[in-house]
Ligand binder design. Structure first.
Ligand SMILES: Nc1nc2c(ncn2[C@@H]2O[C@H](COP(=O)(O)OP(=O)(O)OP(=O)(O)O)[C@@H](O)[C@H]2O)c(=O)[nH]1
Ligand SMILES: [Mg+2]
Length: 309
């Protein structure tokens, strides 16, 4: 039976296969994404991001449990852009989160870096689409930090949880890292450690100082992911943000923005790939030499790449 049929029947192996195809950038994967696109747009999409080791996976584990108790099916994609170095952690993720594999309504998948960040974020967004189309009620994406690319996993989720720990420095550093802009909910995890209260207060003050006209002020919560402390409050905050989005056609605006970002990133990807295909890689090396010899400026070299040699 063909893959799309099996996927539509809810065959988990077909889902796993589909994700692999998408992850590897296979045409078959793209075809499948196209075929299932009409079935997307139903899942509740949650992003969870923050520095390495902040406790994201442990929190995701808690979220899985909570949503499963509420009778909802859950799909998780965990993205690890630094996996060559933290491969162990990734494996740990798999083992920990997939301990719920026995539960057929939970699907967890880890993805490692392939090529550029932009490519990985886009691939992760495609996996979110697949999990959505597969019929998962809740789709959670775990990522480390914020991507530098124009398209980020954050663009593909409704609600972004930013996880920090008491050791993350102070609220000014959090602001510098660009986390203020993307957070819908702040979680100060490892609240069993010293400094969680200070972090919460500092973040709260920082959020109050923003002169934004938005009517959603990201709540700052404390959790101890390992014990489940604070989890009900987090689930509550997620529900509130969902309610907020449901009002005044915010969801529609969000979707429009998400789809636009995705199309633009696909166009840019295509342009980039096409540009470097046409023997320009070799020409680039030549030009590097010329710039080093002070025969050209970098700007001049870039222009030269646009005109045929
Ligand atoms: N003390 C304490 N330890 C925690 C807490 N939450 C998680 N940890 C521990 O912190 C370590 C990292 O947790 P993970 O959930 O793997 O963190 P992560 O953010 O997913 O890590 P990466 O995916 O590698 O970036 C583990 O040893 C956890 O047991 C907490 O609330 N308190
Ligand atoms: Mg993790």
């Amino acid at each position: 039976m063909d893959l799309i049929k099996r996927f539509r029947k809810g065959d988990r192996l077909a889902l796993a296969r589909a994700i692999t195809l998408v992850e590897n950038g296979m045409q078959e994967g793209r075809d499948l994404l196209d075929a299932v696109h009409p079935q997307t747009g139903k899942a509740r999409r949650i992003g969870i991001t923050g520095p390495p080791g902040a406790g994201k996976s442990t929190l995701v584990d808690g979220l899985i449990q909570s949503y499963r108790k509420a009778g909802q099916s859950v799909g998780v994609v965990a993205v690890d852009p630094t996996s060559p170095f933290t491969g162990g952690a990734l494996l740990g993720d798999r083992i920990r989160m997939q301990s719920r594999w026995a539960d057929r309504r939970v699907f967890v998948r880890s993805m490692a870096t392939r090529g550029s960040w932009g490519g990985l974020a886009a691939a992760a967004a495609d996996v979110i689409e697949l999990l959505d189309a597969f019929g998962k009620d809740v789709v959670i994406a775990e990522t480390v930090g914020v991507g530098q690319s124009e398209f980020d996993v954050v663009d593909a989720v409704h609600t972004t949880i930013v996880v920090i720990v008491p050791e993350s420095g102070d609220s000014i550093q959090v602001m510098k890292a660009g986390l203020m802009e993307i957070a819908d909910i702040f979680v100060v995890n490892k609240a069993d450690r010293e400094g969680a209260g200070d972090m919460e207060t500092g973040l709260g003050a920082m959020l109050d100082m923003r002169d934004r006209e938005e009517d959603w002020r990201p709540p700052v919560l404390q959790t101890v992911a390992t014990s489940g402390e604070g989890m009900p409050t987090l689930i509550d905050a997620l529900a509130q943000h969902r309610e907020y989005l449901a009002k005044e056609s915010r969801i529609e605006e969000w979707e429009r923005k998400a789809v636009r970002a995705r199309i633009v990133s696909l166009v840019h990807e295509e342009l980039r790939a096409g540009f470097w295909k046409q023997g320009r890689q070799a020409r680039l090396e030549q030009l590097v030499g010329e710039v080093l010899a002070r025969e050209r400026t970098p700007g001049d070299a870039a222009q030269a790449l646009f005109s045929p040699a």
